[in-house]
Ligand binder design. Structure first.
Ligand code: COA
Length: 454
């Protein structure tokens, strides 16, 4: 029926036009029916849909029904994440594996328990035989997140017991996925580089003596070399990204799918798809694009007025990617500060000095300092917007020589710990299948015989 691609395109254009005519939803509908759009209460806080012991995200206090802005806190299993990070740094050791244990198990491990847990992760890090050849090399993707999701789904076929929902099986699958995602991400990136960018690829073997952060740098870098400072900084980033409450989109996705009783691979692949979105994990990449744009268009990086004007232009959709968003700023829960951004900023500043990139660090800090004023000028009101974790994470990754294609995958490598912990909790706490409702506003229509339709 169709001889050229152009003919097909024209039909799709017409279908799109027809769709727009028939499918408009008036925004007032949400108010009229008191619909919790985006699963949010009118004050912006999330609709309460469950209980968890895993973590808590605190950004404000409620007083007489009003949200009072407060410094942000992120709590893993009752412990403030900033104090975890400070503890690991004071003891001069890596913390990500311990955080994984804490999130999954609900308590800090003893020395022996941690050693055993790390050994367990190491023992399952290598991908199954021929997985790299058959699943990654033979089917490359331009997008590493897409390849990660597909690889996770494919691991189902390499598991002799994929659908068993017993606690033992869930923990086994979780530990395997947490250990393997760094390898999958780096291999997917290398194959993408070879296949699409026509550059050489390196498929280094992970080391059984190294944890997640060190192994990532060890297999990602062509020469496999890295400093202890670099590995510790990456470890801090992984700790800060490991978990963020049950309501964040990708974790909620893991809980929604888990509530149906589906397998681990289906649930985690769906979470990866969620995290890829630019309003979620994909924002760290948008921050980098935005900073490149600001660097190119602001002549004097020390001139606050010029930076302020440019931020106003971004908010007015006259500059940047024309979305009207200052990426890396604002958060659904945090008000005065995002503790992850606070921790990463401090560490980014220290590395920027070492790497001679303090001018760029000052520019990002200026965006943070001036975004609130620009927002007030353009949008009015007294809304406080703070820097979120993505403002500094991409900058750190760039200083670590990590390619942009791996920014959101790194978020995934960390957050899979949270997704698995919530999946185990959902399934072991007698969950009910999640099934919210949508108000039907489509009206009533009668069947019209096909020959009578216009
Ligand atoms: N730039 C421009 N506008 C912003 C903004 C930003 N950085 N942060 C918030 N806003 C706007 C929102 O779009 C919303 O506008 P609307 O009323 O027209 O819908 C309004 O301010 C209120 O937003 P709020 O309720 O505080 O936050 P939210 O939950 O709707 O959005 C984010 C939270 C994170 C999606 C939002 O801050 C954002 O888009 N930030 C930029 C992207 C980003 O950095 N994402 C990473 C998050 S960790």
């Amino acid at each position: 029926m169709f001889e050229t691609e152009k003919e097909r395109e024209l039909i799709i254009d017409r279908l799109s036009e027809d769709y727009r005519k028939n499918n408009f939803i008036d925004p007032h509908v949400y108010e009229n029916y008191k619909i919790k759009r985006g699963l949010r209460e009118p004050d912006g806080s999330g609709v309460m849909v469950g209980a968890t012991r895993i973590s808590s995200v605190r950004g404000y206090v409620m007083e007489d029904g009003d949200r009072i802005p407060a410094p942000g806190q992120l709590i893993y299993r009752g412990i403030d994440v900033s104090s975890l990070l400070k503890g690991y740094e004071a003891e001069g050791r890596f913390g990500f594996e311990e955080v994984v244990y804490l999130l999954l198990m609900g308590k800090l491990p003893t020395y022996e328990e941690l050693a055993e847990f790390k050994a367990l992760l190491s023992s399952v890090r290598e991908l199954p035989d021929n997985f790299t050849e058959d699943m990654i090399i033979k089917a490359p993707s331009r997008d590493v997140m897409n390849k990660m999701a597909r690889s996770v789904l494919a691991l189902y076929s390499y598991d002799d017991n994929p659908d068993d929902l017993s606690l033992q099986n869930l923990l086994r699958q979780s530990i395997q996925l947490i250990a393997r995602l760094p390898i999958i991400a780096v291999q997917a990136y290398q194959v993408k580089k070879r296949h699409y960018d026509k550059e050489s690829m390196y498929l280094h073997i992970p080391s059984s003596d190294m944890g997640t952060a060190e192994n990532f740098l060890h297999i990602m870098r062509q020469d496999q070399k890295f400093t202890s400072e670099e590995a510790h900084l990456l470890d801090a980033c992984l700790i800060m990204h490991a978990e963020h409450g049950a309501g964040n989109n990708s974790t909620f996705t893991s809980r929604v799918l888990s509530s149906t009783g589906t397998d681990t691979y289906s649930a985690i692949a769906a979470s990866i798809g969620s995290l890829k979105g630019p309003r979620h994990g994909g924002a760290n990449l948008q921050v980098c694009n935005m900073m490149e744009d600001i660097k190119a268009n602001v002549a004097d990086w020390n001139n606050d007025d010029e930076i302020h004007e440019y931020l106003c232009k971004i908010l007015r959709k006259q500059a940047g990617d024309h979305s009207g968003l200052i990426y890396g700023m604002g958060h659904a829960v945090y008000t005065l500060s995002d503790p992850r951004a606070v921790a990463l900023k401090e560490r980014a500043g220290r590395l920027a000095e070492v790497k001679g990139m303090d001018d760029e660090f000052r520019l990002i800090s200026a965006v943070e300092r001036l975004a609130g004023g620009a927002f007030a000028e353009v949008r009015g009101g007294d809304k406080i917007i703070c820097a979120n974790v993505d403002l500094y994470s991409g900058f750190i990754y760039r200083m670590l020589g990590i390619p942009t294609e791996l920014y959101t995958p790194l978020f995934t490598i960390a957050r899979v710990a949270g997704w698995c912990s919530h999946r185990v909790e959902e399934l072991s706490s007698g969950s009910r299948v999640m099934r919210p409702a949508y108000k039907f506003i489509g009206g009533k229509h009668l069947y019209v015989p096909i020959n009578n339709r216009k």
